[in-house]
Design a protein around this ligand. Structure first.
Ligand code: SF4
Length: 341
């Protein structure tokens, strides 16, 4: 069984940087600032109100499922390629959006939506097909004001990124989400990722070249990763100056290879308290301007096998805030590159 993760060293309050004390209070509103730059907060800053994502599925597969790069997929991924375990959609993009949008308008009291191409690999198709589905999403309803496209770094090239960049215009948010997961190739191999950190570096360089907003997915608690390994990933994300990060815990969903490992005692998830400490350590090392898209919550509670505590997403988020408050730190407090750029 994978060993437990050591708790991080306790913060040395005497070494607090100026950023820690300066950013704690929002001087305009006179309110305590949140300990990290959350995606919702950032969207409100950019668009002056709530923006919600509508998940859409163009029905593409994944090169790590169809045999092109691998078979069986990543060990934490089920056959739907989605933590929500939603079957591949057969309705058109327009039908998917029109079915969901009115409910989301009521739920979030907003008229601004991003079409979120979420499950599996949403650039894994010829450019003409990509253009057709992205065009359709933007035209589906006047309240759709952007695209978020989730994909693997090894499934983009100049032509695809040029297409995605062509959708950028004032008032519209266009972003791409890459699954990096870790900067350690041995960790990627341990979850059958079938791609490398070098694939990410190539995709990221091109993405920067085209000036596309981006969010990088990482996973804490990968098999064999130490606290130092995870912090090295955070430090590298800061050095790359990535625009956004989505932090996941490695969670075993039902009917995955990881679920089998869990049931056979070959893998154990991170303990709750260790996660709270580790995610705070991780965020402290990110650049203060990086937007944090997620810190907790993986998959639909009905399908989470282990750890079950992660289904209490808002409790976990609240404990993360409390831990930052206890430490007196925040995002960027221990960022190595904060003062160098
Ligand atoms: S790359 Fe994404 S969709 Fe493909 S197997 Fe891995 S997690 Fe699933």
């Amino acid at each position: 069984m994978t060993t437990a993760f050591p708790l991080s060293p306790q913060p040395n309050l005497a070494s607090k940087t100026a950023s820690q004390t300066l950013i704690k209070v929002d001087l305009v509103k006179g309110e305590l600032a949140p300990p990290y730059r959350s995606y919702n907060h950032w969207l409100q800053e950019q668009f002056g109100g709530r923006v919600a994502k509508i998940s859409v599925d163009p029905g593409f597969t994944c090169p790590n499922m169809d045999g092109t790069k691998g078979v069986g997929g990543c060990t934490f991924c089920d056959e739907t390629g989605s933590s929500s375990r939603v079957p591949i959609k057969t309705e058109s993009i327009t039908e998917q959006i029109l079915k969901t949008l009115p409910k989301m308008q009521d739920r979030f009291n907003t008229h601004r939506f991003i079409a979120y191409f979420q499950p599996r690999t949403n650039t894994y198709a010829p450019v003409a097909k990509l253009k057709a589905v992205y065009d359709e999403a933007l035209a589906a309803h006047p309240d759709i004001m952007g695209l978020a496209i989730s994909t693997r770094p090894d499934c983009v090239d100049e032509e695809k990124l040029a297409l995605i960049a062509s959708y950028q215009q004032p008032g519209r948010l266009v972003s791409i989400e890459y699954g990096l997961q870790s900067i350690h190739n041995r960790s990627l191999a341990a979850v059958n990722r079938c791609e490398t950190v070098e694939d990410f570096e190539t995709a990221y360089a091109l993405t920067q070249q085209y000036g596309i907003d981006h969010c990088i997915h990482v996973i804490l608690g990968l098999p064999g990763e130490s606290w130092e390994d995870m912090m090295a990933t955070a430090n590298q994300l800061a050095a790359w100056r990535v625009a956004g990060v989505k932090i996941h815990l490695l969670v075993a969903m039902n009917k995955t290879m990881l679920a089998k490992d869990f049931e056979a005692g070959r893998w154990a998830p991170m303990e709750r308290n260790t996660y709270i400490h580790t995610v705070c350590d991780f965020i402290e090392r990110l650049h203060p301007e990086c937007v944090i898209h997620r810190v907790a919550g993986n998959g639909h509670p009905l399908h989470v096998l282990a750890p079950r505590w992660m289904t209490e997403k808002f409790d976990v988020m609240s404990d993360i805030d409390a831990e930052f408050s206890r430490r007196g730190t925040r995002q960027g407090s221990h960022c190595n590159t904060f003062f160098t750029k």
